[in-house]
Structures are given as C-alpha cells and as structure tokens.
Design a binder for this molecule. Structure first.
Ligand code: NDP
Ligand code: 26P
Length: 320
C-alpha cells in the first residue's frame, strides 16, 4: 500500500514530537518540515512556509504544529487550500469558529481538515461525549494537571518582552474528590484550577507583562493566577520537563442505579502524546478524502478505525 506523505508545519515542542512519531510510523513518510525560520536543528528536509505551494502536490497531509494563541487563526487556512490538514487548536471558546472557517476552505479545495485533535480538545472531547451520551442526566467535570499546558505557555510567550515562559495547570484536589463522589454540581473549570506561570523577562517589563497575563481572555481571566518572574538560569534548570494529564469524570444514574465513568491520562511529556494523537488523525484525514469526503471534521465525526494503522477486519476480531 502507498505510504502517506506528511509534512510538519511549525517546529516547536509539538513539531519536534510529531517528527519522532512519524519516524516510528511505518505507514507515514515525512516529506519535510515547513517553518518561518530558515534553518532548524534537524536532519529532516526544511522548507520555508512561504514556499509551500511549490511542494504541496507531493503532500497528502499537513500537521499544523503551530501555536493556538495566534498562529492557527492566522495561518491554518492557507494549508487547507493545498491538502488535508490536522491541527491541535485548543482555544475551546473559538473551536466552533475555527471549524466553520476550515470547513468552508476544505470543502472548496476537496480536502479534509481535522481540527482540534490532541487530548483536550481531542481524546477528552470524545470521552465527554461518550459518557454524557450513555448517562444523559449526569454531572461531568474535567480536571487538568498538575502539568504544563502548552497552549497557555505558548500564549505567555506571545506577549511582547517575554523571553521564556511556562504555565502549570494545578487542579484543586478537594474538587477532584467531590467530582468522583458525585458532589461537585455547579463547579466550574475556573474554580477547580489554578494557573501558575514562570516567566523570564527584563525587570522593567514585569508590571506590564503581569497585567497582560491577568487580562488575557480565554486563557487567564477568571482563574486564580500566580505569576513568578525568574532568571533564565533558574528557568532552564527547573522547568525543562513537560508532564501533564488529567481526568474526565462523569457521575450519574442509569435506570436509578449509580454509575461513575472516569477517563484519565498520565503523560510524561505532553507534546509526545499530543503529537501521537495528531499523527493518528492524519491517517483518517487521508482515508476520508480517498472515500470522497471533504470539509472540516472534529474528532467526534471520525470513526475510530480510521485513525488506526491496522485493517478494520483485524480491529473487529481483536477488539469487538
Ligand atoms: N489539543 C491538545 O490536547 C493540545 C494542544 N496543544 C497545542 O499545541 C500548540 C503548540 O504548542 P508548542 O509546540 O508547545 O508551542 P511552541 O511555542 O513550542 O511552538 C509554536 C510555534 O512557535 C515557533 N517556534 C518554536 N520554537 C521557536 C523558537 N525557538 N524560536 C522561534 N520560533 C519558535 C514554531 O514555528 P516556526 O517553526 O514556524 O518558527 C512553532 O510552530 C499549543 O499552542 C497548544 O494549543 C498542545 C498540547 C495539547
Ligand atoms: N490544550 C492543553 C492540553 C489540555 C490541558 C489544558 O487545557 C490545561 O492545562 O489548561 C495544552 O495545550 O497542553
């Protein structure tokens, strides 16, 4: 069978992880990496994003490993005109708008754009829907962390004057217990998490940067936010890891009897897992296009077998 020809767009944490996942996927070849920078520290072919049209005939799917805060809204449409795309866009507030915009372009170009893959949105979205479908009057809560949110860290790094930054999402353990016991009705995500930031910047910029963080909609407004300015040395020493994870907890009743559904992830490196999910969805994008589908799709609309490298018959006999 012909291998899928894939390209990575953006070579940050996610792009680097996607490169490794593709290298270990026997059905996918990496055509190259498109970046806004001219040179990257990689053995893979590197091209400038400005030249993408020259290469697009050779590419089945673009993995858009770009930041959600500003890159995806500004750059994703161009790639959907050229081939299938997969992204991990995670600003929940604007997912529906992003989906609509990508749908229009992907339909017009005859491609499939799978939006907002990864784990949240992504695997957690699937689990929220599976659980609420079978327990319709349930109480459902999502908890993240403790761990590094790449989306929030990227948003911090987009602030003028920020040299390095990371954001840890810290769940309220008491709220987590209450959700497991079915006693957390009305609890919001903002009440259940604290956002802890470590930022490297010139001292003269601290006050302005702190204000911009606290006033950033969708990412920080409404949360308890802790901001720590630290030295570049301390940052490199203490904040190199990228663990994360979390839970989707659903409690409710089926026919008057009590049920709890819990899906959990414990990730040593957020970027590696997120890339693994995105790369799997690239398979689905290419297969759906071959089946005559076009337009944008969320993970809710992609049949599970389409993301798996094994044939459907094998999956049925082993797993059903
Ligand atoms: N849905 C989900 O579950 C998840 C989603 N995500 C999403 O993934 C997005 C990307 O995260 P992440 O990879 O950590 O973000 P990064 O900040 O590491 O990378 C974002 C972009 O910045 C550019 N960049 C990276 N490093 C440098 C550098 N040293 N100098 C200049 N530019 C650089 C790259 O583009 P270029 O090569 O063009 O310069 C890259 O594509 C997040 O915004 C988040 O929304 C992440 C985890 C989970
Ligand atoms: N989209 C997240 C993954 C989900 C965790 C999360 O949303 C958070 O920590 O706030 C990320 O970018 O790391």
């Amino acid at each position: 069978m012909r291998k899928i020809s894939a390209a990575i767009v953006g070579y940050g944490n996610l792009g680097k992880s996607a490169e490794k996942v593709i290298a270990s996927s026997s059905d996918i070849d990496l055509y190259g990496i498109f970046s806004r920078r001219d040179s990257l520290d990689t053995g893979s072919p590197v091209f400038n994003v400005a030249d993408v049209e020259k290469h697009s005939e050779n590419i089945d799917v673009f993995y858009l490993c770009l930041g959600s805060a500003t890159d995806i809204p500004e750059m994703s449409e161009k790639f959907a005109r050229l081939a299938c795309t997969v992204d991990t866009y995670d600003n929940h507030h604007y997912v529906a708008k992003h989906y609509e915009q990508m749908d229009e372009i992907a339909k017009a170009s005859g491609n499939v754009s799978i939006v907002s893959t990864g784990w949240d949105p992504g695997m957690f979205s699937l689990n929220r829907v599976y659980a609420s479908a079978v327990l319709p009057n349930s109480d459902q809560h999502t908890f993240w962390g403790p761990g590094v949110s790449q989306g929030h860290s990227d948003a911090l790094r987009r602030i003028d004057g920020v040299q390095k930054a990371v954001q840890y999402t810290l769940p309220d353990e008491g709220a987590l217990d209450k959700a497991r016991q079915g006693n957390a009705q009305g609890l919001t995500g903002q009440q259940a998490h604290k956002r802890q930031c470590f930022v490297v910047a010139d001292e003269s910029e601290h006050a302005r940067i702190e204000k911009e963080i606290r006033e950033m909609p969708d990412y920080f407004v409404g949360y308890e936010v802790e901001i720590n300015f630290i030295s570049s040395e301390e940052f490199d020493r203490d904040h190199a890891g990228m663990p994360h994870g979390g839970y989707v907890i659903t409690t409710g009743q089926a026919n008057g009897t009590q049920d709890t559904i819990e899906y959990s992830l414990k990730l040593e490196k957020n970027a590696d897992f997120t890339a693994a999910v995105a790369v799997a969805y690239g398979r689905a994008a290419v297969r759906m296009k071959e089946q005559g589908v076009s337009g944008a799709k969320t993970v809710l609309e992609v049949a599970p077998y389409l993301i798996h490298p094994a044939p459907l018959s094998e999956l049925i006999s082993k797993n059903v």
